[in-house]
Design a binder for this molecule. Structure first.
Ligand SMILES: Cc1cc2nc3c(=O)[nH]c(=O)nc-3n(C[C@H](O)[C@H](O)[C@H](O)COP(=O)(O)O)c2cc1C
Length: 340
């Protein structure tokens, strides 16, 4: 197996696909990889689900070599369980293990997993140390800035991570208490990066390719993660790469219907029928963000049950739109919840 070091990939392409539960599955990761994402990461996978050999859990870890370098993200509360799960991740051929310490969801934090670990750096150290000892592949972590505004500690987390030989720390610039309210604090991310002895990736509220480049440069980060922005505009990675490097050859597709049909091919290959129609509806709705008539289009699309009907509506709606994805969508609330 030819492992790829994800940190090496950031040198030529610092734009990483952020993990998103229910979204960054096998199909979407392949699609985004084709469209310029550098490193990709699965959604969070339960270490306990791996221990209990849950089929659903193992399905989440499916990938192919076109996605490399690929990380499988784990969450859990027990250092031993996480370390054992990391071995399984390594055996499945992932390039790295990513640990989720950013999930704000009550069900997860109540058990002491996700962002709850940010409140207990001794526990954090234990998890990192055991996981590092369990595998040879790199280990990365994804965090929030802290539990709440009064206890922001991403700088201390970076110290622990650097001491434990973690490859990088990705920071979503909100506290756990914020959920998805307010804004990602890129000034704070910049400060943490300045003082860190470990590579730092910044994340949060990148809606356009211009913002991706600006955030990368102004924060001094080693890379940036893009999540919701690529659901509204899946060409954002290629656009950002062209801004970063004017000699970059691949031109982003501008025809939304063609892009959607391409995504459909990936979804068809990897999703069962029920999931396929659900994903088709969600992506159609997200692609419409910022376009006149989007509200009515979304209503129509969610009443359809067959892929053919959905594709028909997509062709009609986007076929009549002269321009491509709307750039200026930052003012609209968009997917205000998730696992990181
Ligand atoms: C629907 C959804 C699901 C998410 N699932 C995960 C996840 O499984 N693991 C994780 O670390 N972060 C998860 N996140 C958080 C994102 O990776 C990212 O940190 C957050 O959305 C902020 O970045 P953005 O503004 O670019 O979307 C999720 C976010 C959303 C919106």
């Amino acid at each position: 197996m030819a492992f790829l070091n994800p940190l090496d990939s950031l040198k030529s392409n610092p734009f990483v696909l952020a993990p998103m539960a229910g979204i960054t599955d096998h199909a979407f990761r392949s699609f985004m990889k084709k469209n310029g994402a550098s490193v990709v990461v699965t959604e969070l996978v339960s270490a306990s689900g791996i221990k209990h050999l849950s089929k659903k859990t193992f399905d989440l870890m499916s990938f192919d070599s076109s996605q490399r370098p690929l990380g499988i993200q784990l969450f859990g509360e027990s250092p031993e369980e996480i370390a054992e799960a990391a071995k399984v991740v390594q055996d499945r051929g992932a390039d790295f293990v990513d640990l989720n310490f950013g999930c704000p969801v009550p069900k997860v934090v109540k058990k002491g997993a996700g962002s709850a670990v940010l409140k207990d750096l001794v526990q954090l150290q234990k998890i990192l140390s055991k996981t590092r000892k369990a595998v040879q592949i790199p280990v990365t972590i994804k965090i929030r800035t802290g539990w709440d505004q009064n206890s922001r500690n991403a700088d201390e987390v970076c110290k622990v991570a650097a001491d434990e030989g973690i490859l990088w720390v990705a920071i979503h610039g909100r506290t756990r208490a914020q959920g998805y309210e307010g804004f990602s604090d890129w000034d704070y991310i910049r400060q943490v990066k300045l003082g860190a002895k470990i590579p730092v990736l910044g994340n949060g509220d990148i809606h356009t390719a211009e913002q991706a480049l600006q955030r990368l440069k102004s924060s001094g980060c080693d890379g940036v993660l893009i999540g919701r922005g690529c659901l509204k505009n899946p060409m954002i990675f290629l656009q950002a790469l062209r801004l970063l490097n004017p000699d970059f050859q691949d031109r982003p597709q501008t025809d939304i219907v063609k892009i959607y049909l391409d995504l459909f091919e990936f979804l068809k290959l990897h999703c069962e029928d029920r999931v396929l129609t659900l994903q088709l509806k969600k992506f159609a709705a997200w692609f419409a963000t910022g376009h006149p008539g989007a509200a009515l289009f979304r209503k129509t699309i969610f009443q359809k049950n067959q892929a053919a009907e959905i594709l028909q509506s997509v062709s009609e709606f986007f076929g009549s739109i002269p321009e491509t994805f709307r750039a200026d969508t930052a003012s609209e609330n968009f997917l205000m919840g998730g696992h990181g």
